[in-house]
Ligand binder design. Structure first.
Ligand code: CP
Length: 325
């Protein structure tokens, strides 16, 4: 167990060792048990987390805020549009100033080619840890909750197969941060990962290379393909969600046309039937129901989407208790 985690940023779990992530998982499951037993755990009494949002959120905002309250502290909700950030407060000023008011700064900025740099600029100026609530490149706390959910279902995930697949969703060009954080994290735990997407929806090549290298190190596999059905065959974890063709085009109209080209990329019962009998269906939500995934699948016996959403709370509480204590 690695216990010296105070003050550490969580921008991408690749910057954390496997032993450090194991510590987070251990604490997260313990805090989940404590909550189930009604055992109070005020580990962050009088501590404050700033939660700065440049983009909308349901689960991330609610779980970080509830988590801080359960740890005996407070979370303040700050929106870029209703603050002077809209009139020019810089990342350095935000890091310096919010770092003096708070014990942690959590940020969501998913703007393409902007978000990750913004978080790192704030972190460079901040005296307290910066926690990534999703940027354009990574969504580490989602991947942590997803890993917890996989461990709860299968125990040691080593040797299990996870299919991270693109799926069609018409609503908007979603960030590529969820598949990228999963692609980096799951092979480190020995999972054989299949990354499946239409050619226009590739992830960042350096992330794919890093994922391949993590898989080699863990004696697991990492394969990229463009065939949804083949990717589903015999898999244990179906993680099928939409993301934008951001590496092909950042134009919303062009992106929408590309998404529409693959309207048959929906997770339905036929496709779930190709997977292993005990396969789980995962999605970080929100989902475009009956476009991305059918009601029958997302509300059906294979779906673990509410467990994933719940585990956001426990995983993040562990991160906050370890880094902000
Ligand atoms: N999964 C996730 O990050 O949900 P929100 O966008 O609602 O925070």
């Amino acid at each position: 167990m690695q216990t010296n985690l105070r003050g550490r940023d969580v921008i991408d779990f690749s910057e954390w060792t496997r032993q450090e992530i194991d510590t987070v998982l251990d604490v997260a499951f313990e805090l989940k048990r404590d909550r189930a037993l009604g055992r109070p755990h005020p580990l962050l009494r009088d501590k404050v987390l700033a939660m700065l949002f440049f983009f909308s959120s349901t689960r991330t905002r609610a779980s970080f805020e509830a988590g801080m309250a359960q740890l005996g502290g407070h979370a303040q909700f700050i929106e870029s549009r209703t603050t002077q950030i809209a009139h020019g407060d810089t990342a350095k000023e935000i890091g310096e100033i919010l770092g003096r008011y708070n014990d942690g700064i959590a940020i969501r900025n998913v703007d393409w080619l902007v978000g990750n740099k913004y978080l790192r600029d704030v972190a460079a100026a901040s005296r307290v840890p910066v926690l990534n609530m999703q940027c354009d490149v990574f969504h580490p706390h989602q991947a942590l909750a997803d890993l917890m959910t996989i461990i709860e279902r299968f125990g040691d995930p080593r040797g299990r197969t996870a299919t991270i697949s693109w799926a069609c969703a018409a609503s908007y060009q979603k960030p590529i941060s969820v598949p990228q954080s999963l692609a980096l994290l799951l092979p480190r735990f020995g999972m054989n990962v299949r990354l499946v997407h239409p050619p226009e929806f590739s992830l960042l090549p350096e992330i794919v290379e890093q994922a391949e290298s993590e898989a080699r190190r863990a004696h697991a596999s990492f394969e990229v393909s463009h065939d949804f059905d083949a990717g589903m065959r015999g898999t244990d974890v179906i993680y099928a969600k939409s993301w934008g063709a951001l590496r092909t085009t950042t134009d919303e109209a062009e992106g929408a046309k590309l998404i529409a080209k693959y309207s048959d990329w929906i997770t339905d019962s036929r496709r779930v039937g190709l997977a292993s009998e005990e396969a789980i269906f995962m999605h970080p939500l929100p989902a475009d129901r009956n476009v991305e995934v059918t009601d029958e699948v997302i509300d059906g016996p294979h779906s673990v989407v509410y467990d994933q959403a719940e585990n956001r709370l426990h995983g993040q509480k562990a991160v906050m208790a370890l880094t902000m204590g």
